[in-house]
Design a protein around this ligand. Structure first.
Ligand code: PMT
Length: 409
């Protein structure tokens, strides 16, 4: 079966040694029924001949921004409109920086800026370049804009080093695209509800209690689940972050609004993942007018407990597989174990926070605690952790209900 039949894929090849793998990538995409057009940067043309890609794609390869032969000399606009999906592979460190900056000084960067199609990048570079804070920041920017980051993989590198930075193999990239474009990944047909970000508990019209959660972890998990084909609802606290492609997003502010949004959508779901840093307490009073300062040196704030969203969902008769998160500043796994039992959840992911760790764009480590034991994921970037966690949860779901039975439902 041609799983990408009718899909129009624009492949951007940039100047890395992994460019040679694109010959096989194009061949595999065509074998899956995709229409493929190739744009190459000047650097890419040093690694592999455009003629090779032309023969394999059956289309003229484009290399120039100012191409008088292209339709009305507006080749970049025509290509940007044509594509159902843009894939940049290999994506060098320089390409990631240029895409993050929104440059438009060569054909590929301009097409990426001009297209409304989803973009995926398959990074490939030396491991030190991959770990460099500048590359980390560029990846974070691209992720925030909804770009799918495919890889890189660990292993031997062309430069003689070993580590993260190898481009994903063409066959794996094809599987990624099949999941992205057709929703036919391992979680196809599975409904997932995810909470993310902080909550805000209002004190008065201009003040609130909250925390440092950026939403990155929850959004990365939502993106990974959607990429695996799941039908994802993301209930998000106030964060300045674009929605991952293909995800239904519900914005809320307070813990009680988050609970209401989750309860309205949980029925029929097979998986609930609570990454949100929900305020345990809210002010007893929400003043209608701005609270005025007084001459007193101290002032007490009375707080009342918020509902526990995770425990509420776990206690339902139709509870899905429930996955909590536990953020602690110390003894993370021990606290996570007791939280798992106290809240009656299936799995809990322990992570360390505080002192520059845990929140926002930082690498993290998750210890997934279940009744059967513990498994550590990472340290890794949150998007990589999210992919690993979704793979682990897919296995958990399969163990509960075999895929054949899932398909029948
Ligand atoms: O958003 P980022 O900047 O990427 O940071 C990610 C994170 C650190 C916020 C995330 O990885 C994380 O650990 N989230 C859980 C934060 C936490 O401390 O949770 P908790 O220990 O207060 O609660 C345990 C679990 O119960 C969590 O799954 C939480 O979502 C849930 N909970 C808690 C209280 C409440 N009233 N309702 C809940 O559902």
């Amino acid at each position: 079966m041609e799983r990408l039949a009718g899909q129009r894929i624009l492949l951007g090849i940039t100047g890395g040694i992994a460019a040679y793998k694109c010959a096989e990538f194009v061949r595999l995409l065509r074998a899956e029924g995709a229409e493929v057009r190739v744009v190459m940067t000047a650097g890419a043309c040093e690694f592999i001949a455009p003629l090779t890609l032309q023969a394999l794609s059956g289309e003229r390869v484009r290399t120039d921004l100012l191409d008088t032969d292209a339709e009305a000399a507006m080749g970049h606009i025509e290509l940007a409109r044509w594509a159902d999906h843009v894939v940049v592979a290999p994506a060098t460190a320089d390409t990631l920086a240029r895409l993050a900056q929104g440059r438009a000084d060569d054909l590929l960067a301009t097409v990426c800026l001009a297209t409304a199609a989803p973009i995926a990048v398959a990074p490939a570079m030396n491991r030190v370049m991959w770990d460099h804070p500048a590359t980390r920041a560029n990846i974070a920017t691209l992720e925030d804009r909804g770009t799918a980051i495919l890889g890189p993989e660990q292993g031997d590198q062309a430069c003689g080093e070993t580590g993260a930075g190898r481009m994903r193999e063409p066959a794996m990239l094809v599987e990624d695209l099949v999941g992205l474009l057709t929703g036919s990944g391992p979680l196809a047909g599975v409904r997932v509800v995810i909470t993310a970000g902080p909550t805000r508990e209002p004190l008065d019209p201009v003040r609130y209690l909250s925390n440092y959660s950026s939403g990155r972890m929850g959004f990365a998990i939502a993106a990974a689940a959607a990429r695996a084909g799941a039908d994802v609802t993301l209930v998000a606290g106030p964060v300045d972050r674009p929605s991952p492609p293909g995800v239904e997003r519900v914005d809320i502010e307070s813990a009680r609004e988050m609970l209401a949004a989750v309860e309205a959508r949980i029925s029929g779901s097979e998986l609930f993942i609570a990454t949100a840093a929900v305020a345990d307490y809210r002010p007893v009073e929400h003043a209608a007018d701005k609270i005025k300062k007084t001459d007193e040196g101290e002032r007490a704030l009375r707080l009342t407990r918020n509902p526990d969203i995770l425990a509420t969902i776990a206690a339902r008769a139709d509870a899905p597989l429930t996955v909590g998160f536990a953020a602690e500043t110390g003894d993370v796994v021990a606290y996570a174990r007791s939280k798992r039992e106290a809240k009656g959840v299936d799995l809990i992911c322990a992570n360390t926070v505080g002192h520059g760790r845990g929140f926002g764009d930082v690498a993290s480590t998750l210890t997934v605690v279940s009744a059967g034991g513990e498994r550590t994921l990472g340290p890794a970037r949150k998007d990589a952790l999210a992919r690993e966690l979704i793979a682990l949860l897919t296995d958990e779901l399969d163990a509960r209900c075999r895929p054949a039975e899932r398909l029948k439902q």
